[in-house]
Design a binder for this molecule. Structure first.
Ligand SMILES: Nc1ncnc2c1ncn2[C@@H]1O[C@H](COP(=O)(O)OP(=O)(O)OP(=O)(O)O)[C@@H](O)[C@H]1O
Ligand SMILES: [Mg+2]
Length: 364
């Protein structure tokens, strides 16, 4: 059990800057997700925590202990990568026992630990099999088992379930979260999959081009993204964006797009004024915060035409066009609507976000 502090950490590979001035404190027992697109510096960060990558500048602490110069094997961490390599000629038991053997633990204790981990991961009946006789998920659990037998201070996961099929991934998300809660081990989990971050993490650190964008709970990140990048990266289907103009001032501003005139609340208007928003802004609205009505007689703010409808089972995704723009709407409606059909779209004005068009920063 320990906290992990990343203090002013930079990572360069030659002239390539992979991580810029990163500051994150992972709390004791916390499940923290490093989330971001490919190349944003997640693995570099994790590998610096593991001691597998030199820290160009800055400090990493486990609790109060600075670990910059401590070699990986002495950091008391366990790592699971996407391409975990199990020993092919060893059984599941032997694979899991290996780290304990290296620690020269006695045979009885090793057996107890391995069986304990196998029970927790529900792979007890597989202990005598070789990796080639396992499914992807079973191999994955074996790799995780090998990591947890030692009861390390910190778990470091790098996209450990990325290559599994969708159903198994969803199952493993629940399992890993449950396991982390049970073991109460501080965890840093790298993923590019926003759904993994949202479903598993206590807090998410969203990164982009080596820079931390926002650190917060899944709820904070989803409901109050600090900029357009975070807003667009988190949430599926992604947030809709629309260039609008602000009209009015004081506490009665509105957002104008073509014929749409969306009155903002008093507080929203005041925030735009206090923060000195330019007239040209970008509106952000999630597909769940839009409503749709079919026909021309809808009385809603935006008149549009159906581009395509995608039934999801319970919900329906509707993409609708207006002017040069297109929005995705997610609703529980039975009516399919045909491409080209007229419809109206209404925006839930309490749920909208407004961004600076130049910097991408959120006003709210
Ligand atoms: N060993 C290396 N040598 C040179 N450049 C590297 C090296 N490792 C990573 N980089 C570069 O550093 C940046 C960050 O890479 P990193 O592997 O940390 O990204 P990532 O967020 O883990 O991406 P992914 O989701 O694709 O795994 C990238 O621009 C990458 O090309
Ligand atoms: Mg990576």
């Amino acid at each position: 059990m320990t906290s992990v502090t990343i203090k002013d950490v930079w990572k360069y590979y030659g002239k390539t800057m992979a991580v810029k001035e990163l500051n994150i404190e992972v709390r004791d027992n916390e499940f923290l997700c490093l989330l971001g697109p490919s190349g944003c510096g997640k693995s570099s960060t994790l590998r610096m925590l593991a001691g597998l990558e030199f820290i160009s500048s800055g400090e990493v602490f486990f609790g109060d202990l600075k670990v910059n110069d401590i070699p990986p094997r002495d950091r008391d961490i366990a790592m699971v990568f996407e391409n975990y390599a199990l020993y092919p000629h060893k059984t599941v038991f032997e694979n899991m026992a290996n780290p304990l053997k290296l620690q020269r633990m006695n045979k009885t204790d090793i057996k107890e630990r391995v069986v304990w981990a196998a029970q927790m991961l529900e792979i007890e009946e597989l202990l005598q099999r070789k990796p080639v006789e396992l499914s992807g998920g079973q191999k994955q659990r074996t790799a995780i088992g090998r990591a947890i037998v030692r009861e390390p201070k910190v778990f470091l996961f790098d996209e450990p379930i990325a290559h599994l099929d969708a159903k198994l991934r969803s199952h493993m998300r629940g399992e890993l979260k449950h396991l982390q809660r049970r073991l109460e081990t501080t965890t840093v989990y790298v993923t590019h999959d926003q759904l993994e971050g949202m479903t598993m993490a206590d807090r998410i650190a969203v990164m982009h081009e080596g820079v931390l964008q926002q650190l917060g709970t899944p709820g904070e990140i989803y409901n109050h993204p600090v900029n357009e990048f975070v807003a667009g990266f988190v949430g599926e289907p992604p947030m809709n964006f629309l260039d609008c103009r602000i009209e009015g001032a004081g506490d009665s501003a509105s957002l104008v797009y073509d014929n749409m005139n969306l009155a903002l609340g008093g507080e929203q208007s005041r925030i735009l004024e206090t923060k000195g928003a330019a007239r040209e802004v970008r509106l952000g609205i999630r597909p769940d915060d839009l409503t749709i009505e079919m026909g021309t007689d809808h009385g809603l703010e935006l008149s549009a035409k159906i581009f395509v409808t995608e039934p999801l089972g319970g919900d329906m995704l509707i993409e609708a066009d207006f002017g040069q723009d297109r929005m995705t709407i997610k609703r529980k409606i039975a009516e399919l609507g045909q491409p080209g059909d007229a419809c109206g779209i209404a925006v839930n004005s309490e749920k909208l976000h407004v961004f600076d068009r130049d910097t991408g920063e959120a006003f709210f």
